[in-house]
Design a protein around this ligand. Structure first.
Ligand code: FUB
Length: 466
């Protein structure tokens, strides 16, 4: 079968959340945290990197471990986790990796001559007198650095603001010298946390952020002469953006870029309905071959600690605004998937039960085992959705593979609340077993949904359309 782009865009056994995508020398590199399958906390792994050529976003290459967690002098025993990193190219053309450890409020910096080689620890971001940022009395908590370098200066955005915590004001911008470590302009609050949206003295544009105040995941990009600050808001599942012409001041709320449960999207469901597990989110935007994408992550394995990178196409309007992208199964495919073909269950972008809970995408084996993901937690009324496909009207048969104890039917629909276009009877087996039914589809572009009607708990490997 022709290679296509999917969500998640990396193999289903890879768990890279907090993705920061960049194009360097004709390849897209994604820097992120490293979760484990069945992880019991966030970010249990070393930093690894993946890249793809800009002209084939289906061809991802594993670049290997770029930074072991024990490389940081504060973490020689490996007892802390590497949280969401970001990378920027310094004035010397080298690549600088910024991150925090999960239990330390200091920003660490590592450096490498190439985008995905072995990064070496360089130092901690510090004031001119050598005091580390985060250690000086009055310094606010340092978290999730997002960086951009221009004209010898690096603007670094950090912060984490929880509801009810008045000690946290918002995301702050700290300017660093060309050595990539020394502070030349002290932290300035740029986007308000939930406790300070109404503080117009601190944030003249604060009220524009109401309902979407800064929570975490600072990330920064520039389009033309405008800075786009991308962040995860107080509701966590959404990535929002704010814009300004000045990197240290004047940010105004722009909108939601994506929500990992498709909240707010009202084209195929009520705006408030969640069609996928909702959890924390982190990512950014990138232009690849003249097209813009938002990278974000989804919650896998029924857990917050096994997150996977996804991406959607976005469109920058002529006024600079960006509309919210729908979550899909297509990822970087730049269009719908082929109507005929075999599709593994883990490509589901929608999964929900009648009571609002969610079936889960999971995998057999242990972390690192290269086996395709499948779906579990399915019960009577569960709906699994895949979008979009381009059907040509010649499709004749649909088959599914299932296993486990159950007895029922999978209703195939082209809308989550639509009428079945096929019904596939299936029953429990010990191994993956195939069941088929004839199908007749109109030519066009639309999703496919599978609704389970019956008893027991089938596990779902995926489907094939011929
Ligand atoms: O991945 C660990 C933490 O979870 C990140 O630092 C946050 O942004 C959130 O995604």
């Amino acid at each position: 079968m022709k290679k296509q782009g999917y969500n998640p865009y990396l193999p289903s056994w890879e768990y890279i959340p907090d993705g920061e995508p960049y194009v360097f020398d004709g390849r897209v590199y994604v820097y992120g945290s490293h979760d484990y399958f069945n992880g019991y906390v966030f970010c249990m792994g070393d930093y690894v990197c993946w890249s793809a050529p800009v002209d084939d976003l289906t061809d991802w290459r594993y670049e290997g471990v770029i930074y072991p967690k024990t490389s940081d002098p504060f973490n020689a025993d490996g007892s802390m986790c590497l949280y969401a990193p970001d990378v920027t190219v310094g004035p010397d053309g080298r690549y600088y990796l910024y991150y925090v450890l999960d239990k330390v409020s200091n920003v660490s910096v590592a450096v490498c001559d190439t985008p995905a080689g072995k990064y070496e620890f360089l130092g901690y971001v510090h004031y001119k007198d050598g005091t580390r940022l985060g250690d000086r009395k009055g310094d606010e908590f340092q978290f999730d650095p997002g960086v951009i370098t221009e004209n010898g200066k690096t603007y670094m955005y950090t912060g984490f603001c929880g509801r009810g915590d008045k000690s946290r004001h918002g995301s702050m911008c700290t300017t660093l010298d060309s050595d990539m470590l020394t502070i030349i302009e002290e932290p300035e609050f740029v986007v308000p946390g939930i406790e300070y949206v109404d503080d117009t003295e601190l944030y003249p544009n604060g009220p524009s952020f109401k309902g979407h105040s800064f929570f975490e995941a600072s990330s920064i990009r520039k389009i033309g002469d405008t800075y786009y600050f991308v962040y995860s808001s107080e509701v966590m599942h959404e990535l929002c953006y704010a814009t300004s012409k000045n990197p240290r001041d004047g940010f105004v709320y722009g909108g939601v870029l994506v929500s990992n449960c498709d909240m707010h999207i009202d084209t195929y469901k009520p705006a408030s309905m969640r069609t996928a597990p909702s959890g924390n989110d982190h990512g950014s935007i990138v232009e690849i071959n003249n097209q813009w994408y938002v990278f974000y992550h989804r919650q896998t394995n029924g857990s917050w600690f096994s997150r996977q990178g996804c991406a959607e196409r976005i469109y920058v309007n002529t006024d600079g605004s960006i509309d919210q992208a729908e979550i899909t199964s297509c990822g970087l495919n730049n269009g719908p998937l082929d109507g005929k073909g075999e599709y593994p269950a883990y490509l589901a972008c929608h999964m929900f039960n009648p009571d609002g809970s969610n079936p889960k995408i999971t995998q057999d084996g242990k972390d690192g085992d290269e086996v395709y993901g499948h779906m579990e937690g399915i019960r009577n009324g569960s709906i699994l959705g895949y979008k979009y496909f381009k059907f040509d009207g010649t499709e004749k048969e649909i088959s599914i593979k299932t296993r486990c104890y159950f007895n029922g039917e999978f209703h195939v629909m082209t809308a989550w609340d639509g009428e079945p276009v096929a019904k596939i009877k299936a029953e429990g087996t010990n191994i993956w077993w195939e069941y088929k039914a004839p199908i007749c589809l109109q030519a066009g572009v639309y999703p496919l949904y599978f609704k389970y009607v019956g008893g027991g708990n089938p596990q779902f490997w995926g489907f094939e359309i011929k």
